[in-house]
Design a protein around this ligand. Structure first.
Ligand SMILES: [Zn+2]
Length: 410
């Protein structure tokens, strides 16, 4: 009766369909079959010690290599539980399979199955979408070269997870993010200039730009949106002539008016230069993805604003499977068909990042490039306690950048 009362109160109080942190920790966001499995195992006094690994069969079509992320969040599910976790560090590049056909076990969970069955769903939930977004951003980062890359994806996603989208965008290689809370949690300043709504509210570009310049603190770069009413060249020159400290113009040209976007950008550059505004940079946004950014590689662009290409990234379909079971005093191989059984570890080449997956007792192999591979599998959690400290988003971002500098876009 009391339980029913509290359930009703909690449902009535809920404004949106958002799980609370406690509900996630309690396994309330799980698929019910895990809860039923736990109930059956406990009632029948079965709770085997198992070794379960997390792998992916195939990547979303636009990806070759990926970057695993969301691990730090996932580990928090297991704090204080009798569970140990091995795997790659947050922000590690990975491939779905190695040349022997074995899938890369990005994470492995060791514990009594009934103790963590209900946490499989949230564990995968933490890593599938975040890894998809970080991987996609890493590709966008490579396509953008040294140019500024900003995340504008908050509007394309559920507001409850916007900080997670911005975390993924930032560690994947964005230089800044637009969502205020997302930026706060990353300990950086939010990035962004002005929407078309500001121009339309003034019914006049110059009045809007001037008001922006007058009202906002100096540290905010003066970047004028220059495609609201007139041609991009006309508005960009107007902005440069009217705003004394204009840092840049942003072209967010709508698809139906875009024509040859690269030519438009080149023309804006020329017409600014010829009037002495060589310091005014050009930023572009609107429906950009890696392919479109690569098409603008030799256009005079200082930076890109990217939204849906990050926040709407396909999730990477990681799955968890038991691959070994502890019987007596030894681990026995145990996997469903289609999976490679046994406890494994990942080796990685420091020079080309190729991986190999071997059995737990095997020694480090040599990479096909000639370098010696290193052990990449870390003990991330020991009986419910983190074994290695978590790194800051900046440190993870730097590590991803170092790794992806060794790789090519597919
Ligand atoms: Zn190598």
């Amino acid at each position: 009766m009391i339980t029913i009362y509290y359930t009703l109160v909690s449902l009535m109080k809920r404004r949106w369909r958002i799980a609370t942190e406690q509900e996630i920790l309690d396994g309330k966001t799980t698929d019910v079959y895990f809860k039923r499995t736990e109930e059956v195992l406990r009632t029948d006094n079965q709770n085997p010690l198992v070794y379960a690994e997390i792998t992916v069969s195939g990547m979303p079509e636009e990806l070759d290599w990926g970057v695993i992320a969301g691990i730090d969040d996932a580990l928090k599910l297991f704090e204080g539980k009798n569970i140990s976790i091995y795997g790659l560090a947050e922000g590690s590049v990975f491939w779905p399979r190695v040349s022997s056909g074995v899938k890369v076990p990005v994470l492995s969970v060791v514990g009594h199955y009934a103790d963590f069955a209900v946490l499989e769903t949230p564990l995968l939930g933490f890593i599938c979408h975040t890894s998809g977004m970080v991987s996609k951003t890493a590709y966008l980062r490579k396509a953008s070269g040294d140019r500024t890359l900003l995340s504008f994806g908050a509007r394309r996603t559920h507001p409850a997870i916007t900080p997670q989208v911005e975390y993924a965008a930032y560690i994947g290689g964005c230089d800044g993010v637009s969502c205020i809370l997302g930026a706060e949690l990353l300990d950086i300043d939010a990035s962004g200039t002005m929407p078309h709504a500001l121009i339309i509210a003034f019914q006049d570009q110059v009045k809007a730009w001037n008001a922006f310049d007058k009202v906002l603190p100096e540290k905010i770069p003066r970047i004028a949106l220059t495609d609201t009413y007139l041609d991009e060249v006309v508005e960009s020159v107007m902005a440069a002539e009217n705003i004394p400290n204009l840092a840049g113009v942003r072209l967010d040209t709508t698809g139906s008016r875009r024509g040859d976007f690269k030519r438009i950008i080149q023309e804006v550059r020329w017409e600014l230069d010829v009037r002495g505004f060589k310091n005014v940079e050009i930023f572009v946004s609107g429906g950009l993805n890696s392919e479109k950014i690569l098409q603008l590689q030799d256009a005079p662009v200082a930076g890109y604003g990217v939204g849906g290409a990050i926040s709407n990234s396909s999730a990477i379909d990681f799955a968890m499977d038991i691959v070994a079971i502890h019987v007596g005093d030894e681990w026995l191989p145990a996997a469903k068909r289609g999976k490679f059984s046994g406890r494994k570890k990942i080796f990685r080449c420091p020079d080309c990042l190729q991986m190999d997956v071997l059995m737990k007792a095997d020694a480090a192999p040599t990479c096909s490039c000639g370098s010696n591979m290193n052990l990449a599998t870390l003990k991330l959690m020991d009986q419910g306690t983190r074994s290695i400290p978590s790194r800051t988003p900046d440190e993870i971002r730097e590590s991803i950048s170092e790794q992806t500098s060794l790789l090519e876009l597919p």
